[in-house]
Design a binder for this molecule. Structure first.
Ligand code: HEM
Length: 415
């Protein structure tokens, strides 16, 4: 048995928050090991990186999710008692509910709603001065996902709900006001979502068949019980919140088009090139740094001992930037995806493994669809200028975003 390299510091939470996306990767490089142990949030934690590690991490026989995500993440980002913390039959059943919403036609419909929002916004941008793309896309996605999910949303409520959803996304890795805003936003958003669920169940709000709100409000466990309203609220927000979070990827796509302008011509009217571009944006840019699990029962792997109950983190960012998987990982090269056959454990911006039986992101296909629509709109439907601004992307800030939020100016319809 080989001892797992142990990080020298007695407690590394602040180092993790300070160093950000490279925290695990830098230590793996330093120790010459794809595995090491550290202390995070006062608990011994095994950190892993790379494809074999991802294969291990997504083995349901080895790991559970109950109690894996730190409370600060549950109380802001994901909510407590949602699908993320379930295991085994309870997880499969709840996950099936999510995946039943993700039909190809429903995904196309959401993409169309997003497109419609985009086209409606162009004349407004044409008349205005510079706009912050991040804020604009966030509001468009809030409107689109609510319409799609069967959630009524008055025009006057769009800004407030978007701010709440953003606050939850910003909060888990923050200390102080940014974290507190996330706690408050979650409480308010859960009340809103729980009320919607109640109204659907009481017949006071009609929603289209198959819409997320209807599916969640009417979902029954194997024992025939409806979800408690608070859990239903958490799950409805598990659809709405991350869909709005696609705004970050849209900003990253805009940034990539700005930094690699020849790709504007490459993607225009070229579906495969658009797909490769979107995949490279998801691989290259930082979003979720890690996924967390706990050891189900003790086992040994590659000569290392994993004791029962130990928290384990898989470095998602580091795996997407692993030189053995992705040659020249720090270069933005969409062509690497030409002829790519797919690898559920190599490209893991939204988790790895299987969507139905594991914890891989339920919204990955939605994300790709919305990103493709965004790239097409940014290159085909309109032209714009990018005024001087601070676009430096820091890997120390989680979640990452260019400080300016990506300002665009002089927008003109072109298609
Ligand atoms: C889970 C990333 C968009 C719904 C996850 C996980 C990650 C992730 C890293 C956890 C994987 C794991 O625990 O192993 C992202 C990113 C997105 C995104 C970067 C881009 C904005 C979406 C969208 C939806 C969604 C659009 C729904 C419409 C979910 C759900 C889970 C999840 C329900 C929990 C799955 C489970 O525990 O079985 N996502 N996601 N996500 N995501 Fe996403």
């Amino acid at each position: 048995m080989t001892a797992i390299p142990v990080d020298r510091s007695p407690e590394s939470t602040l180092a993790f928050l300070r160093e950000g996306y490279r925290f695990i990767g830098d230590r793996c490089d330093r120790y010459g090991s794809e595995i090491f142990q550290t202390r995070l949030l006062l608990q011994r934690t095994i950190c892993l990186r790379g494809r074999p590690a991802a294969v291990l991490f997504y083995d349901n026989d080895r790991f559970v999710r109950q109690g894996a995500m730190p409370m600060r993440g549950q109380r802001t980002l994901t909510g407590v008692t949602g699908v993320q913390g379930l295991d085994d039959a309870a997880h499969r059943q709840r996950k099936a509910m999510f995946m039943s919403i993700m039909t190809p036609s429903a995904i196309r419909q959401l993409g169309q709603l997003f497109d419609d929002e985009w086209r409606a916004q162009i004349p407004v941008w044409e008349r205005s001065g510079p706009v912050v793309l991040y804020d604009e896309i966030a509001r468009m996605l809030t409107r689109a996902v609510c319409a799609w999910a069967g959630v009524p949303l008055a025009g006057s409520d769009v800004a407030r709900r978007t701010t709440q959803l953003h606050a939850m996304i910003e909060a888990p890795a923050a200390i102080g006001p940014r974290h507190w805003r996330g706690l408050l936003a979650r409480r308010r958003a859960e009340r809103w979502a729980a009320d919607l669920v109640e109204r659907v169940r009481a017949g006071a709000l009609s929603t289209p068949d198959g819409s997320a709100l209807r599916v969640i409000a009417e979902h029954r466990s194997d024992q025939g019980h409806l979800l408690p309203r608070r859990i239903a609220a958490v799950e409805l927000l598990n659809i709405v919140r991350p869909t709005v979070a696609v705004d970050r990827f849209v900003v990253f796509a805009a940034l990539a088009l700005h930094d690699h302008p020849h790709w504007r011509d490459r993607v225009r009217g070229d579906e495969p090139a658009t797909e490769h571009f979107v995949q490279e944006v998801r691989r290259y840019y930082p979003f979720f740094p890690v996924a967390a699990a706990r050891v189900r029962r003790s086992f040994d792997w590659q000569g290392h001992h994993f004791p029962r109950g130990r928290r384990v983190l898989l470095d998602l960012y580091g795996t997407n930037h692993h030189p053995e998987l992705w040659p020249g990982p720090e270069q933005f090269r969409p062509d690497r995806f030409a002829g790519w056959r797919g690898d559920p454990f190599g490209l893991v911006p939204q988790g790895g493994g299987n969507h139905f039986t594991g914890h891989r992101c339920a919204g990955e296909w939605i994300t790709i669809e919305l990103m493709k629509r965004a790239v097409t709109n940014l290159t085909t439907t309109m032209s714009y200028q990018v005024p001087p601004q601070d676009l430096a992307l820091s890997l120390r800030r989680m979640p990452a975003l260019p400080p300016s939020g990506f300002l665009i100016d002089a927008v003109r319809r072109t298609g």
